[in-house]
Design a protein around this ligand. Sequence first.
Ligand code: HEC
Ligand code: HEC
Ligand code: HEC
Ligand code: HEC
Ligand code: HEC
Ligand code: HEC
Ligand code: HEC
Ligand code: HEC
Ligand code: HEC
Length: 329
Amino acid sequence: MRNRTKLLLLAAFALAGAACLLFRGPDGTMAAKAPELTDSGALPVQVLFPVSAKPNPGAVGMKPVVFTHKLHESKVQNCETCHHTGDPVPCTTCHTVEGCAEGNFVTLERAMHATNIRQVKNGRTPESCVSCHTKLYSQRKECAGCHSIVKPNHNAQWCAVCHQKVPNMTQEQFAKGVAGKLDPMEGMRLAEATIAARKEVKYADPTKMNYRMVIDSLVDKYEPNYFNHARHIVSVERKIKGNLLAKAFHNSPRVFCKTCHHHTPALATPPKCVSCHNSRIDKKYPGRPPLKAAYHLQCMGCHDGMQVKRPRKTDCTGCHKLRVAQKGD
Ligand code: HEC
Ligand code: HEC
Ligand code: HEC
Ligand code: HEC
Ligand code: HEC
Ligand code: HEC
Ligand code: HEC
Ligand code: HEC
Ligand code: HEC
C-alpha cells in the first residue's frame, strides 16, 4: 500500500509538471527530501498557496491556507469528492489564481469558495471547501437547527479561519509557494507551526445566566412562557462538542448568543425581541415578522431542524398553558 501510494505521489508530481505549472525543485529535479506520507500519499497537513502563473506574487491579496488532509480523508468517504477529476494531484495544477486551460479557466478562488457549482451530468460534481462545509451544517440535524435560523456573516473574521498568518514564514518561502515550488516538507512544517499557534476559544458560560426566563411580552390568551434559557444553550452546545469544523468556525466567545439574539453585537445583555419586533407588522420593515410570529418562527425553526421530539409544533401547551378566564377578563 505504502509503496503504491508513494508511486502515486511521484506520478502526481510528474503530472503536475506536464500541466500549467511546474512542480519541480529549484534544480529542476524532484524535491530533495521524501515527505512523510499518510496512506493516501498526501501530507497530513499542508499549506495551500495562492499559486499564480505570474512571477510577481505581490498581486496576491490573501494569506495562505492550512489544510488538514489527514483529518479530511478520515471524515470524507470518497477521495473523488475533492479530487473530482480522479487524479490526486494539487488543485493548483488546474486552478490557479488567474485560471488556466486545464481547469477550464475556473479560478482558484472559485474552486475553493463557490457554492453555486454547476451540476455535472454523467460524472462527479466538484465540491469547493465552502460548498461542502455549507452542506454539512445544513444537513446534519445537530447543526441544522441553529443553522436554519442563522445567516452566517462571511466577514473578515470568517476568512481568517482559513486564511491564517503562518508564523515565521519567510518572503522567500512565500514566493516559492506562490510559484508552486516550495519543498513539501517545508510546507508541512509551516502548517504544523500555524496549527500550534491557534488559540482555543472559551465560550460564554450559560450557567452563569438566568436559568429560567419568563417571556411575557404578549400575554393575552396564554400564561407567560417559561423558557429554559441556560439549558437550551448547554444542550445545543453539547450536541456539537467534538466537531472540529464547528470548533474552528465558532471562534468568538459569544458566537452562540447570535443565533437567537440576532442583528445586534454579541453582548452579555442583548435587547429583548420586542425592541425590534412590534406586535403588528411594521410597514417600514416588511422583512421583520411581528412579535408572536418572531418567537414562534425562531423556536419552531430550530426545533424542526434539530428534530426535537417534544414539544411538537402543534402541542401549544408544551410551551404555554391556556390562561384560565378570570374575573373581569
Ligand atoms: C473554508 C476555507 C476558506 C474560507 C472561509 C475562505 N477561503 Fe479563500 N481560499 C481558500 C483556499 C483553500 C484557497 C486556495 C489557497 C490559497 O489561495 O492560499 C483560497 C483562495 C482565495 C483567493 C485566491 C488567492 C488569492 O490570494 O488571490 C482569494 C481572493 C480568497 N481566497 C479570498 C477569500 C475571502 C475574501 C474570504 C472571506 C470572505 C475567504 N477567501 C474565505 C479557503 C478559504
Ligand atoms: C476534503 C477534500 C479532500 C479529500 C476528501 C481528499 N483530498 Fe487529497 N488533497 C486535497 C487537497 C486540497 C490537496 C492539496 C492540493 C494542493 O496542494 O493544491 C490534496 C492533496 C493530495 C495529494 C498530494 C498531491 C501532490 O502531488 O502534492 C494526494 C496524493 C492526495 N491528495 C490523495 C488523496 C487520496 C488518496 C484521498 C482519499 C483517501 C484524498 N486525497 C482525499 C483534498 C482532498
Ligand atoms: C486535472 C485538472 C483538475 C484538477 C487537478 C482539479 N480540477 Fe477542479 N475543475 C477542472 C475543470 C476542467 C473544471 C471545469 C468543469 C466544467 O467546466 O464543467 C473544474 C471545476 C471545478 C469546480 C466547479 C467550479 C464551477 O464553476 O462550477 C470546483 C469547485 C473545483 N473544480 C474544485 C477543485 C478542487 C477543490 C480541486 C483539488 C482538490 C480540483 N478542482 C482539482 C479541472 C481540475
Ligand atoms: C467534502 C467535504 C469537505 C470539503 C470539500 C472540505 N472540507 Fe473542511 N471539513 C470537512 C469535515 C467533515 C470536517 C471535520 C468535521 C468533524 O470534525 O467531523 C472539516 C473540517 C475543517 C476545518 C476545521 C478542522 C481543521 O482542519 O482545523 C477546516 C479549517 C477546514 N475543514 C478547512 C477546509 C479547507 C481549507 C478546504 C478546501 C481546501 C476544505 N476544508 C474542504 C469537510 C470538507
Ligand atoms: C448554537 C447554535 C449553533 C449550532 C448548534 C451550530 N452552529 Fe455553526 N454557527 C452558528 C452561528 C451563530 C454562526 C455564525 C457566526 C457569525 O456569523 O459570526 C455559525 C457559523 C458556522 C460556520 C461558518 C459560516 C459558514 O458559512 O461557513 C460553520 C462552518 C459552522 N457554523 C459549522 C457548524 C457545524 C458543522 C455545526 C454542527 C456540528 C454547527 N455549526 C452547529 C451557530 C451554531
Ligand atoms: C436558543 C436561543 C437563545 C440563545 C442561544 C441565547 N438566548 Fe438569550 N434569550 C433568548 C430568548 C428567547 C430570550 C427572551 C427574550 C425576550 O424576552 O424578548 C432571551 C433573553 C436573554 C436575556 C434577558 C434579556 C432581558 O432584557 O430580559 C439575556 C441577558 C440573554 N438572553 C443573554 C444571552 C447570552 C449572553 C447568550 C449567549 C451565551 C444567549 N442569551 C443565548 C434566547 C436565546
Ligand atoms: C436589534 C433588532 C432585533 C432584535 C433585538 C431581534 N430581531 Fe429578529 N429580526 C430583526 C430584523 C432586522 C429582521 C429582518 C431580517 C431580514 O430582513 O432579513 C428580523 C427577523 C426575524 C425573524 C425572521 C427570520 C429571519 O431571521 O430573518 C425571526 C424569526 C426573528 N427575527 C426572531 C427574533 C427573536 C425571537 C428575537 C429575540 C430573541 C429577535 N428576533 C430579536 C431584528 C431584530
Ligand atoms: C437553537 C435551537 C433552539 C431554539 C432557537 C429553541 N429551542 Fe427549544 N429546544 C431545543 C432543543 C435541542 C431541545 C431538546 C432539549 C434537550 O435535548 O435537552 C429543546 C427543547 C425545548 C423544550 C422542552 C424541554 C424544556 O426545556 O422544557 C421546550 C419547552 C422548548 N424547547 C421551548 C422553546 C421555546 C419557547 C423557544 C423559543 C423562545 C425555543 N425552545 C427555541 C432547541 C432550540
Ligand atoms: C416551542 C414553543 C411554543 C409552541 C409549541 C407554541 N408557542 Fe405560542 N408562543 C411561544 C412563545 C415563546 C411566545 C411568546 C410568549 C409571550 O410573550 O407571552 C408565544 C406566544 C403566543 C401567543 C401570543 C401570546 C398570547 O397570550 O396571546 C399566542 C396567541 C400563541 N403563542 C399561540 C400558540 C398556539 C395556538 C400554539 C399551538 C398551535 C402555540 N402558540 C405553540 C412559544 C410556543
